[in-house]
Design a protein. Structure first.
Length: 278
């Protein structure tokens, strides 16, 4: 049974807490049961615990995921792996593609997508209007870049990472954020929403879907309990720039033409943007 909780705004001043580490004094209770949290007359957060089958699959995938150092977030170095479709990056990788990890570990990508389909079922159930907006937007993306069986195009696996207070940057308007947790020999890592003075216990198999663009949130420090501890956070999302991608074969042809054009410009003493080289 899914409980209903009705949150109240406590007047939390986000500007003074942005980037700071959540503390126990910032919440009054810790939620560890399936529930939907209401605010402003609508559901703004859903908390679930994965069924055994989905949890086993998530655990297998996060154990196999080969994470490497990635870009810093709020000044903190991350260890992560990216699976799924990626849009063009001008000059450096000016073509749409699937990530290197997708090609190197297709079994992890496929396994994560099965878990993602369960997540999507909760998403549709708890946020039907938001889900429909999501589906409508993704219809603009060519089917060659939608291989997950859901509107999500991409998934990140992040290792041993607790982020300070922040609001999510939406890839496109109205879509809610999500995170799944797989961990062993570790405590802490609560998902804190100080505006409501609530924390969600991010235990092994916890799933959170939240209006992360509008609701400030952060994660309490992770507390290792043994040498072989680990905490993985898995995030599914859709990259809006994929709507500009051509079908896969056309994208490859475009990439070859762009490479030839850049080489021609360099031979003429121009940079790839057509400006004179100094």
């Amino acid at each position: 049974m899914v409980a209903k909780l009705y949150a109240k705004d406590t007047g939390f001043d986000y500007k003074n807490f942005k980037g700071k580490t959540p503390e126990p004094s910032h919440y009054d209770s810790v939620i560890n049961y399936d529930c939907d949290i209401y605010f402003g007359g609508k559901v703004v957060c859903s908390y679930r615990r994965l069924p055994k089958e989905q949890l086993a699959l998530l655990t297998a995938c996060t154990n196999k995921a080969k994470c490497a150092k990635s870009a810093r977030t709020l000044g903190v170095q991350q260890m992560s792996a990216v699976y799924g479709a990626l849009p063009r990056v001008a000059v450096r990788e000016d073509y749409c593609r699937f990530s290197a990890q997708t090609k190197a570990q297709p079994e992890v990508f496929n396994g994560l997508n099965k878990v993602g389909r369960y997540l999507w079922s909760i998403y549709k159930e708890s946020f039907p209007e938001v889900a429909q907006q999501f589906v409508d937007f993704v219809s603009n993306i060519d089917s060659d870049w939608k291989k997950t069986g859901t509107p999500f195009t991409t998934v990140n696996v992040n290792k041993n990472y607790a982020i300070g207070y922040h609001k999510d940057a939406a890839n496109f308007g109205g879509v809610y954020s999500n995170v799944l947790i797989s961990k062993k020999n570790a405590d802490g890592g609560y998902f804190v929403m100080p505006q409501f003075r609530l924390a969600l216990e991010q235990s092994h198999g916890a799933l959170v879907i939240v209006d992360g663009v509008n609701i400030p949130h952060g994660v309490t420090p992770i507390v290792p309990k043994a040498k072989n501890w680990e905490r993985s956070s898995v995030v599914f999302y859709t990259l809006s720039n994929l709507q500009h991608c051509l079908p896969k074969e056309s994208e490859l042809l475009r990439s070859k033409e762009k490479t030839t054009e850049r080489a021609r410009k360099r031979a003429l003493g121009l940079d790839p943007r057509g400006e004179a080289l100094k």
